[in-house]
Design a protein around this ligand. Structure first.
Ligand SMILES: [Zn+2]
Length: 467
């Protein structure tokens, strides 16, 4: 199958673009040429993209698609459909929010059996280590087996709210991280200090306080900073490749940066909600914007944007996690309302609009933090992450100047709500291709088409060492 994408523009360094033609053969990019060099060929299907901007399909390294086990929140079909509509061509799904959790080969296979017929886009799976998993005398063997089976990385929690995937104590964490390091894959850490948060939570709830600001006060920046400091120590002790997921505070990023200056193999990601919102938004929006960690102050937000531009933050992931709407977000108490926001569909247009559009990052940097850096991190760069010959023809096609207003009812995941409701963004996804096949398209009259669920395929981690 030969398909030529014509009349399009691609990034050309900085925030420049240039006209190009992309030839895909059997789903992979064969060559990228300038339009003048286009040879006339007969056995090629030609697709005119109308002068639009083409970016490498985004890789969302942190999604919770909840399948199987919590499918009242999300399913792999609905989550990956939203990904397709958001220009995301590969997702990396977390091990903790499905049942059974991905902590053994048996559980990994059980999950694959359920989701493989559902995926609209390609996917990788995180494996995990939990308190529950470490209770088994076979946990080291289980870990070795899921790594051998190609999980993308291993997730651990320093503070978890899930009974089926409990957090690790400091000694357990050290053991777990050391063991993961022996396999040469990264460990992704939810970093909030358990003792500090539990103590604050207990005190605030005992006082009967129940406002968003109280929940925020139970998970202060100090809790994240203390946890990242602990991980720096463990990184020093073990040499493990440590990645801090969803960094919210400038202080936590400072520690990761200092660790890197020290030569330690540490990195971090942040999420669109931490780049956009602060505590005053949380006070206003309440549970709609409830996440862990919690959004922080304007100074933190500016520090994160700066770190995204400078390379101190490795990439952006969404931590897409949708609670049942409205039931789980309107329980009557901020303490019991579900924590998590859907994000997979809006991340790429958000970063184009508020990052590139406002001059905070270049277009080139956008493609790094949404595609090439996560591809490298997850051992996926042999397949994805760049527009380059030999790689999958995964394309996000955007109308870069279209202004549109975000509406939850227009999203495509299962439970539709968003803290970005009513925000105007500049730049909109109009088509998404995975391996040169259309998985999403929106025509000028607004009608939308999706590819078939099950087209998306699983990808195993290739390399066992990461920089
Ligand atoms: Zn998460």
């Amino acid at each position: 199958m030969r398909r030529r994408f014509t009349n399009l523009r691609i990034p050309a360094g900085g925030s420049e673009t240039r006209p190009a033609t992309i030839l895909a053969v059997d789903g992979r990019i064969q060559e990228i040429t300038s339009p003048a060099a286009e040879p006339a060929e007969e056995d090629v299907e030609s697709l005119d993209l109308g002068g639009r901007l083409v970016l490498p399909g985004a890789i969302d390294g942190h999604v919770h698609f909840d399948d199987p086990g919590f499918t009242h929140r999300e399913t792999f079909e609905t989550g990956s459909r939203a990904a397709a509509a958001g220009g995301v061509t590969c997702v990396v799904d977390m091990p903790c929010t499905s049942l059974p959790p991905v902590t053994s080969l048996h559980n990994l296979q059980a999950k694959l059996a359920v989701i493989e017929a559902k995926a609209h886009v390609d996917y990788m799976l995180w494996g995990g280590l939990s308190h529950n998993a470490l209770a088994s005398p076979e946990w080291r063997r289980d870990l070795a087996e899921i790594v051998a089976a190609g999980v993308a990385a291993i997730k651990v929690y320093m503070l978890s709210g899930m009974d089926s995937f409990r957090d690790l104590s400091r000694p357990q964490l050290r053991d777990a991280v050391e063991e993961v390091a022996r396999h040469g894959v990264p460990v992704g850490v939810h970093a909030e200090d358990r003792e500090m948060v539990r103590e604050l939570t207990g005190r605030l709830r005992a006082e009967g306080r129940d406002e968003p600001a109280d929940y925020a006060a139970s998970r202060p920046a100090a809790a994240e900073i203390a946890a990242v400091e602990t991980m720096r120590e463990i990184c020093r002790e073990t040499g493990a490749r440590v990645h801090i997921v969803h960094v919210a505070s400038g202080g936590a990023l400072d520690i990761v940066s200092a660790a890197r200056d020290e030569g330690l193999p540490m990195s971090a990601e942040t999420c669109p909600h931490f780049l956009q919102f602060t505590l005053s938004d949380f006070r206003e929006q309440g549970a709609l914007l409830k996440t862990a960690p919690v959004v922080k102050d304007p100074a933190d937000r500016e520090r994160l944007w700066k770190g995204l531009a400078s390379g101190e933050l490795l990439f952006v992931a969404t931590d897409h996690a949708a609670g049942q709407w409205p039931e789980e977000k309107r329980t009557g108490s901020i303490w019991t309302d579900y924590g998590g926001v859907p994000g997979v569909e809006l991340s790429l247009p958000y970063l184009l609009s508020e990052g590139v559009g406002r001059g905070r990052i270049t277009l080139e940097r956008l493609t790094e933090v949404t595609a090439s850096e996560p591809a490298r991190f997850f051992g996926l760069e042999h397949r994805k992450g760049r527009l380059a010959p030999g790689l999958d023809a995964d394309l996000a096609v955007l109308e870069p100047d279209e202004r549109w207003t975000v509406r939850a009812e227009g999203l495509h995941n299962l439970n539709r709500y968003t803290p970005l409701e009513g925000y105007e963004l500049k730049g909109r996804i109009c088509q998404t291709y995975v391996r040169a096949e259309p998985v999403y398209s929106r025509s000028s009259d607004g009608s939308e088409r999706f590819g078939k669920p099950g087209f998306g395929g699983r990808i195993e981690r290739e390399s066992r060492t990461t920089s």
